[in-house]
Design a protein around this ligand. Structure first.
Ligand code: FES
Ligand code: FES
Length: 162
């Protein structure tokens, strides 16, 4: 007799079995409190600020507005999964540091993942395109210019690989 595999969720390459009781949890809460992945932040909690952004199959997703049960079978990437396994920063993360695109840092995980998804599809963006790409992610500190500088500085990396 064929058995059905228990529902799974892949988080940063790790396959997790999801208990029935966890399916109704808010994804952001599940990531932060159950998996101890605290990179994604709770800002507005209503899908407006982007601080909670994670990637689902390389597309940005607002974890504060998503139930765990809605992403079963998908592959999630949090900011913890972007760095190399040895902890080395991803070139995009390094570009944010080099450009001074981080002040308090609260928006940064969501901003970096949103940007990563964008650059995978648009590795040669104009400044205007880069600005549009982050228009749904709010930053109260930087004034956005350094973030756009970081996106443009990291773009050549995406033209080479990924
Ligand atoms: S905390 Fe999710 S969009 Fe603001
Ligand atoms: S660096 Fe503070 S909110 Fe963006």
């Amino acid at each position: 007799m064929k058995t059905t595999a228990p529902p799974a969720l892949i988080v940063n390459g790790r396959r997790l079995r999801i208990k029935a009781g966890d399916r109704r949890k808010i994804l952001l809460t599940f990531l932060r409190e159950d998996l101890d992945l605290t990179g994604a932040k709770r800002g507005c909690g209503i899908g407006m600020c982007g601080a909670c952004t994670v990637l689902a199959d390389s597309r940005p997703l607002r974890a504060c507005r998503t139930l765990v049960g809605a992403v079963l079978g998908r592959s999630l990437t949090t900011i913890e999964g972007l760095a190399a396994p040895d902890g080395g920063l991803h070139p995009l993360q390094q570009a944010f540091i080099d450009a001074g695109a981080i002040q308090c840092g609260y928006c940064t995980p969501g901003m970096v993942l949103t940007t990563h998804a964008f650059l995978l599809k648009h590795p040669e963006p104009s400044r205007a395109e880069a600005r549009r790409a982050i228009s749904a992610n709010l930053c109260r500190c930087t004034g956005y210019q350094q973030i756009i500088d970081a996106i443009l500085a990291a773009a050549p990396h995406y033209r080479k690989k990924e």
